[in-house]
Design a protein around this ligand. Structure first.
Ligand code: ADP
Ligand code: MG
Ligand code: ZN
Length: 474
């Protein structure tokens, strides 16, 4: 019998706010444990939460980017909870009236064409503190406690680990584009609970699902899904029983392990949080936020092709990372030569990015510098070889190319008399090449041009040299 896979993802994403969800504590990553805390986010009795306006804006922005309906009135609930990472013994979340409702989704590309993964809803909640385990004790770091999160819940529309990857990558790209989150996986800013079940082909009703909690690497999610599908299929075909449960992925063992039977909603004893008033959004507010929405990656690709006349392939690569697209556009606008800027970016700059592991915002080169470099080449102030030599230096140390060219005398030599002298010198020194050219080996001319370029320390105008060499040899 053939089995079909069903996957639904619940993805927690850290919102990019300066302060936490209910207090003024910083959200900066990597601070010393418990430095970014106050009585509020430490859960002291008697403190009161005040919702962070920017967090609401970002949650709504996420919903709009994904095409979800925005709640005009959303509310917060308490979810019962007992664990040291939430000392209040309840987590503030949204159960009854989440900030964004259905209607939206993410379009992914699959081998069978494009597919729409529907979003069920998006809700806001506070993050728990981080528990660090040491050899003989554990420590609770409340810096993460009460950081603002959104949880994006899909319908069970995903049917393979590959589709899950495509969904997560596309979702991540959209949220980074919208500046909702930097979705840094290593910093735990994008974590997913993965729900997975199988059912025999032809059966309508979905199978019993397993939930694997808190996965924060794409590789881990893929491996856990593959393992779990194989485990469930094996059980189904060998007379085993599958129970609804929560499992944990053990990366070192490469397997999932049972944690607990799946709790149901009523186990959480949700009830409205009496300390927080509902979030009521006016039509004007929603319109203002909608007007400020950034372009989606797909729209940006199309616009870049039209506006700069670059190939679709280039636009796809450049728009993949928002920061790269921003850099490209700034440079292309500054010099008006999109295609040339794209060529430099796609070759030399991409190479340096991958060699150094830096992002474009971390390197020292500015879009203005790249624009100036392109202009210097197109005005034939320098040739391509010199320009190529300058790129790593600009990338590493910054600065402007015109100043470097000036300071080092790298300007292109196009003075005919000087170049003629070089050509004569090379021809005199290479009689064999001249002979073989005359004997019909035209490639010998290329060798002579190369020698002239060398003699000029790479600065000669290669076009003029080519012409002069041709003249001299015939
Ligand atoms: P809960 O809130 O208890 O986690 P939900 O019904 O809200 O449960 O579903 C959570 C996630 O599980 C959603 O993404 C949903 O699409 C997915 N899901 C629900 N049923 C199944 C199933 N049978 N197989 C796989 N995923 C499922
Ligand atoms: Mg769940
Ligand atoms: Zn605080």
């Amino acid at each position: 019998m053939k089995y079909l896979t069903t996957i639904g993802l619940e993805t927690h994403v850290h919102l990019k706010t300066a302060s936490k969800l209910w207090c003024g504590c910083s959200t900066a990553f990597g601070a010393e444990p418990n430095l970014n805390t106050c009585p509020g986010c430490l859960g002291y009795p008697g403190t009161l939460p005040v919702v962070n306006r920017e967090a609401v804006k970002l949650a709504v922005t996420a919903g709009m980017m994904l095409g979800c309906e925005i709640s005009r009135r959303s509310t917060f609930d308490r979810k019962s909870y007992f664990y040291p990472d939430i000392p209040k013994n309840y987590q503030i979340t949204q159960n009854q009236n989440p900030i964004c409702l259905g209607g939206g989704g993410v379009t992914i590309q699959t081998p069978g064409g494009s597919k729409f993964i529907r979003i069920h809803h998006i809700h806001m909640e506070e993050d728990a503190a981080k528990i660090n385990h040491y050899a003989r004790f554990s420590g609770v770091d409340f810096n993460r406690g009460c950081m603002p999160l959104i949880e994006i819940v899909t319908e069970p529309d995903i049917s393979s680990p590959d589709e899950a990857m495509a969904y997560l990558q596309t979702l991540r790209q959209i949220l980074v584009y919208a500046n909702v989150s930097d979705c840094n996986l290593e910093e735990g800013k994008m974590r997913s609970d993965i729900n997975v079940s199988i059912r025999p082909e032809g059966q309508e009703k979905l199978g019993t699902r397993v939930e694997i909690k808190n996965m924060n690497t794409f590789k881990g999610i893929y491996a856990a899904l593959e393992y779990e599908i194989a485990r469930q299929t094996h059980a189904a075909t060998h007379g085993g029983t599958l129970v609804q449960e929560t499992r944990r992925w053990e990366p070192d063992l490469g397997e999932t392990q049972s944690m607990r039977a799946k709790e149901n909603a009523h186990d959480y004893r949700y009830f409205p949080d009496p300390d927080l008033t509902p979030i009521v959004l006016s039509e004007e507010q929603i319109k203002a936020w909608r007007d400020a929405l950034p372009e989606l990656p797909a729209a940006r690709r199309a616009r870049m092709v039209a506006e700069y006349g670059i190939p679709e392939y280039d636009a796809g690569v450049l728009a993949d990372e928002k920061a790269n697209a921003d850099f490209f556009e700034a440079a292309a606008r500054a010099c008006g030569q999109g295609k040339a800027v794209s060529n430099w970016f796609m070759t030399e700059i991409m190479r340096l990015l991958s060699e150094t592991g830096k992002t474009i915002t971390e390197c020292a080169m500015t879009p203005e510098a790249l624009a100036e470099l392109v202009t210097l080449v197109s005005k034939r102030v320098i040739n391509g070889t010199i320009a190529k030599e300058l790129v790593p230096e600009l990338f590493e140390n910054g600065g402007m190319p015109a100043a470097l060219v000036e300071a080092r005398g790298l300007g292109q030599v196009s003075d005919t008399a000087t170049l003629e002298a070089f050509v004569d010198q090379v021809i005199a020194a290479n009689p064999k090449s001249v002979e073989s050219y005359k004997a019909g080996k035209t490639a010998a001319a290329g060798f002579i041009v190369g020698q002239v370029m060398k003699l000029s320390q790479g600065k000669a105008d290669p076009q003029i040299v080519g012409r002069l060499v041709a003249e001299r040899l015939t």
